[in-house]
Design a protein around this ligand. Structure first.
Ligand SMILES: [Mg+2]
Length: 260
């Protein structure tokens, strides 16, 4: 370790609120690439994010799962809605897998469709696409302050790296590293970074990811913070262990004190 200090951030739900974009891009992926006989895309669907989608989003780990969720919500017969949402959530991963199997889809293909949908929008109207993301201003300001203190910042996301990079450039944020889903699991990435840097913290809104980091002997010393402003499940706040701290936007600046 050369003693360089580093702060790590998740991207979606931590640096930006991309709910409009997730809905928009997943819907467009369904319309343009999925070729499913079970759905019919009416253009007014693009206008408003489905509440069911918003409620299920905290369960999402990888982008391709969002295509499945949107597909189920817009299905002509027996759509996913507030009435059967609980059943879907209770066996979330099993249900995603079952839908893949029933339709003979591969997760990798769906991820490609999502990436294609994003590329299509970027080529067509970059400003429109990028404006579907709302930054959390307090986080942007915090990253600026870290930079002033010569603390490096790194982003670990399950998004494609190219898309996170484009949004960050627009926000004038240039972190030392951006790792996308192409780079492996977050624990693996954190383990490698931990060899070279003194990691001051990792802010993430998916509790399972933080638990994985805390349970791995190679990464358990990394201070972990659950982003209260992100896409949290109702149960996340109450199921916190003492080694994972709940962080509120207004308390971000307190972390500057511990980084001294
Ligand atoms: Mg997140």
């Amino acid at each position: 370790m050369d003693g360089q200090k580093l702060f790590l951030f998740d991207f979606d739900g931590v640096i930006v609120d991309g709910m409009n974009e997730y809905w928009h891009s997943s819907l467009l992926a369904c319309e343009k690439y999925l070729n499913s006989p079970d759905i019919q895309i009416k253009q007014n669907l693009y206008k408003k994010v489905s509440n069911t989608f918003k409620e299920i989003r905290p369960f999402v780990k990888y982008g391709w799962e969002m295509i499945i969720i949107v597909h189920e919500i817009i299905k002509i017969e027996n759509p996913l809605d507030k009435n059967n949402k609980k059943n879907f959530i209770n066996k979330y991963h099993l249900n995603c897998q079952k839908i893949l199997d029933d339709n003979s889809w591969l997760a990798e293909d769906l991820q490609k469709f999502l990436d294609e949908s994003r590329k299509y929008q970027i080529d067509k109207d970059f400003e429109m696409w990028v404006n579907l993301h709302k930054p959390f201003d307090e986080v942007i300001a915090f990253m600026e302050k870290l930079k002033q203190q010569k603390i490096k910042t790194g982003i670990i996301t399950t998004k494609g790296k190219i898309f996170a990079t484009k949004i960050l450039e627009k926000l004038n944020i240039f972190p030392e590293f951006i790792f996308g889903y192409e780079s492996g699991t977050k624990t693996e990435i954190a383990k490698e970074l931990d060899k070279k840097y003194e990691i001051l913290g990792f802010i993430e809104d998916r509790i399972k990811t933080l638990i994985d980091i805390k349970q791995n002997p190679d990464t358990k010393s990394i201070p972990c913070f659950l982003a209260d402003w992100g896409y949290l499940k109702e149960s996340d706040r109450s199921s916190l262990t003492k080694d994972i701290r709940l962080l509120k936007l207004r308390n971000l600046e307190d972390l500057l004190a511990i980084s001294k």
